[in-house]
Ligand binder design. Structure first.
Ligand code: IFM
Length: 458
């Protein structure tokens, strides 16, 4: 075995999100995901988030579990329709839940890392993210949450994965609200970024010392044929609406010209107004990186089905049969993670003086039923080991990375896949008992030693 040592002060933790774990739907308003779950066929197993894994009632047990694993940081999200009522007033019981959760985390010595938006938009906001007014509503909501929790929560992420909340949701139709309209997706992407900018402005004014960030999901795109100009152009367009449409406004204060040109008539007139880009590009301390896989594309015929890549309907995914896959079908590509992190530091966060944090990384594995005994999830451990090695390599190459948060603490509702995909270090049985897998023990030891042991051949 050889060892990789992470530096003192490197922070370790796990992430979850409200809709995926909380349940207790009867004590909150509907989100767009409650509505989407009611659409026949939208969720693979016909399930929903009404009970989920009942974290709302079992949070004390879950915090004790985190403490037993030695987590330094817990990244959770707040459910907007739990803490605010449709008239904009605070729901005291809903906000009280997070107040108690944060107290429990602090008492256990775990740093609370709060994400304001992880997709459970209140169902009552007209037009959702296609409506510019939702960005203003998000800033109001942000301040209400900060008023209640800002004395103890010192690190805030505005949005989780705005690509999913815009392109996958409004163009690809795979996530709530399940629309398939490219113009809606571009509008949603801009209004999400505007909401981020307004929230940052509000938080800065209220709390100048808070640490603020945004989390993006990255799926690096590669050409199937490196010598093919057509493949290269497909990759440029996929990359444009997956990544650069978010990173460039945030870190450079502008939308990439090629992204706007490729959008053509789908880019809504009057979408970007005076002052928007100044708000969106206000400095942040952290870019959160969610990474699971990379993809290879070739240019083909235009897809007949709705696509989350509206500027690249001709993008055809080319599978790489030599690569291992997770239970999502996602190829295991840690080297692409290393290269991504080095590139983000070089092109965006380094020049801006921001840090990178890994806010999600993990693997869905087809674990056995917990009823059949302890789960020895060696594939998940292998995945995590390979990706942590990539993080270490990127740090050695100079990328400023200070945190790694595994997705996820515990098996949960995997959106359109329902409960059929399991990302957790901890399993949940039919009675909702929490059952740590082998990966939980492995991760706990890693946190304790800050040392990643690699088999000689790795
Ligand atoms: O479960 C999701 C999470 O909500 C957002 N990032 C990706 C995860 C796995 O698909």
């Amino acid at each position: 075995m050889s060892d990789l040592q992470f530096p003192p002060g490197f922070r370790w933790g796990a992430a979850t999100s409200s809709f995926q774990i909380e349940g207790a739907a009867e004590s909150r308003g509907d989100s767009i995901w409650d509505e989407f779950c009611r659409v026949p066929g939208a969720i693979a197993d016909g399930s929903d988030g009404r009970v989920a894994i009942d974290h709302y009632h079992r949070y004390r047990e879950d915090v004790a579990l985190m403490a037993s694993l030695g987590l330094d940081t817990y990244r959770f999200s707040v459910s907007w329709p739990r803490v605010l009522n449709p008239d904009g007033s605070v729901n005291p019981a809903g906000m009280g839940f997070y107040d108690s959760l944060v107290d429990a985390l602090c008492a256990a010595g775990i740093r609370p890392w709060l994400t304001l938006y992880h997709w459970d938009l209140p169902a009552w906001l007209p037009g959702g993210w296609t409506n510019r007014a939702t960005a203003d509503a998000f800033a109001d909501y942000t301040l209400r949450v900060h008023d209640a929790l800002g004395d103890r929560v010192r690190i805030w992420t505005t949005l989780n994965e705005p690509w999913c909340a815009s392109f996958l949701s409004y163009a690809g139709g795979e996530h709530a609200p399940g629309h398939t309209d490219a113009a809606e997706a571009y509008a949603a992407a801009h209004h999400l970024l505007l909401g981020h900018g307004l929230a940052v402005r509000a938080l800065r004014a209220a709390d100048p010392d808070a640490t603020l960030g945004l989390t993006l999901n990255f799926t690096p795109a590669y050409p199937a044929d490196p010598d093919s100009p057509a493949d290269a152009d497909v990759v440029r367009r996929v990359d444009g609406t997956s990544h650069r449409i978010f990173t460039d406004p945030v870190f450079r204060g502008e939308y990439p010209a090629d992204v706007i040109a490729d959008a053509g008539a789908a880019w809504p007139a009057d979408l970007v107004r005076a002052g928007d880009l100044e708000l969106i590009s206000a400095p942040i301390e952290i870019l959160g990186v969610n990474y699971y896989t990379s993809q290879q594309f070739r240019a083909g015929a235009d897809a007949a089905e709705p696509t989350p890549h509206p500027a690249a309907p001709d993008a055809v995914v080319v599978e790489r049969p030599d690569l291992a896959r997770t239970d999502m079908g996602w190829e295991v590509t840690p080297d692409a993670f290393r290269d991504l992190l080095i590139g983000l530091h070089r092109d965006y966060t380094g020049p801006a003086g921001s840090s990178l944090a890994i806010t999600e990384n993990g693997a869905a594995i087809d674990d056995p039923d917990p009823a059949s005994g302890p789960i020895d999830d060696v594939e998940r451990i292998d995945y995590l080991r390979g990706h942590l090695r990539a993080v270490h390599q990127a740090m050695t190459a100079g990328a400023g990375i200070d945190t790694y948060l595994v997705w996820s603490l515990i098996d949960n509702f995997e959106w359109a896949f329902g409960y059929t995909k399991r990302f957790g270090l901890v399993a949940v049985d039919k009675e909702l008992n929490r059952l740590p897998k082998a990966s939980a023990g492995w991760y706990s030891e890693l946190i304790r030693t800050a040392t990643l042991c690699l088999p000689e051949q790795a």
